[in-house]
Design a binder for this molecule. Sequence first.
Ligand SMILES: [Zn+2]
Length: 211
Amino acid sequence: MKAFELLRRRFVAAPPAKAEGGEDLAQSADFARKQRALAALALAFGYDPDKVSLRPQLAACNYLGQSFRAEGEASPDGRIEIYYDPAMSDARLGCCLAHELQHVRYFAVREAFRAEPEDGPLHRRFAAFSADRLAAQRGVSDYSNEHWDAWTGEKPPQLFSDELNVGGSEPINETIAEVAKALYNWGLDVRIDPLWKELQRAIDEEYERLG
Ligand SMILES: [Zn+2]
């Protein structure tokens, strides 16, 4: 599972900017249209469209018979890239953006959490979300469960820890992003474990507070 994850990541890093016929993806009418759709979605989410871009790269749909799921990337500085896929509908574009935006919020709250003392307000607010409780629930989707399966840490992952360095995957960060995607796609009544819903909402509230 771990090796697979790494392979997939490497796959994402390769930038084949041209389609099979050698046509430059970034010049296509469909690329321009999706770029506009993405900017409109960013605005609808209340996010700066200049921080969101479409990467001219064909997403590999299958790799060794397994479907390739990573559809974008978020950076702690707030930049978001969605990997261009001609087959991606606007609805799926919105789902991807909801997922990546949640990473941005998670990174911001994580930074504030790490910057405060251990008895600070964020530590108190998030104390209930212990590693054991979260690990008992695992993920909320196939993709987030891949991250739980790939976890190699000796102990379950801790909220706001450096998951990637400790255990080689990001079960908590990815599960929260998948909660946001599910809420966007299915609405507030989506059947997701209340613990994860509660955690996602707490992160959003603290993100708003941070301004
Ligand atoms: Zn993600």
